[in-house]
Design a protein. Structure first.
Ligand SMILES: [Fe+2]
Ligand SMILES: [Fe+2]
Length: 196
């Protein structure tokens, strides 16, 4: 199954209100063609879609294992929440990357190549919070755990230097098992599965 088809069917399988509108908005913004980063993991066409599926696969495996190790956890980790949080955590990146000509030295000689730069000025709302706001605006209701997990999935990388932000992140980490799953899945996908 093609990546896009798999992404769409996994999202539709959640039965969540607003899925069709979310898919239409993602297509409009270029999500399905976007890279996952400028030069780190999956900096290529379709990379963001692939990364979202990788995080989804990692999150499902981790959820199964954790639920076996910690009986009762299933209630906090419904399948639909795991799918929504993992597939949609990075939709904030849908439109921020632009193809641009870059330069690199190969065998002592400079050459041009097409790479990616980024520009978040069109809708400068941050990272996880931008994904949450977009989904709500596009008509997809989210549970508290889904919002908290998506908002804080960047872990300390997205931690403003304020006591309130650190306090929120601390509480989120303690109270939201979906956040722990999403952070671990994102890290495993980016640093192991997608490593160059
Ligand atoms: Fe992210
Ligand atoms: Fe990610």
């Amino acid at each position: 199954m093609e990546d896009r088809e798999r992404f769409e069917s996994a999202l539709r399988a959640t039965g969540r209100e607003g899925v069709e509108n979310v898919l239409a908005e993602l297509a409009r913004l270029g999500f399905f063609e976007a890279p996952a980063s400028t030069r780190f993991h999956l900096a290529e066409k379709g990379g963001l879609l692939r990364h979202s599926l990788n995080v989804y696969d990692q999150a499902r495996v981790l959820t199964q294992v954790e639920c076996r190790l910690r009986p009762g956890l299933e209630e906090r980790l419904p399948e639909a929440s795991v799918a929504v949080a993992s597939l949609l955590h990075d939709i904030c990146k849908a439109e921020i990357y632009r193809e641009e000509v870059k330069h690199r030295k190969v065998n002592g000689k400079w050459e041009d190549y097409t790479g990616y730069g980024f520009d978040c000025s069109a809708f400068p709302l941050g990272h996880g919070e931008k994904s949450v706001i977009r989904l709500l605006r596009w008509g997809m209701p989210l549970t508290d755990d889904e919002m908290v997990a998506i908002r804080w999935h960047m872990h300390a990388w997205d931690l403003a230097d304020s006591p309130e932000a650190r306090g929120c992140f601390g509480s989120a980490s303690e109270r939201c098992p979906l956040l722990a799953i999403l952070i671990a899945a994102d890290g495993l996908a980016s640093h192991i599965q997608e490593a160059k």
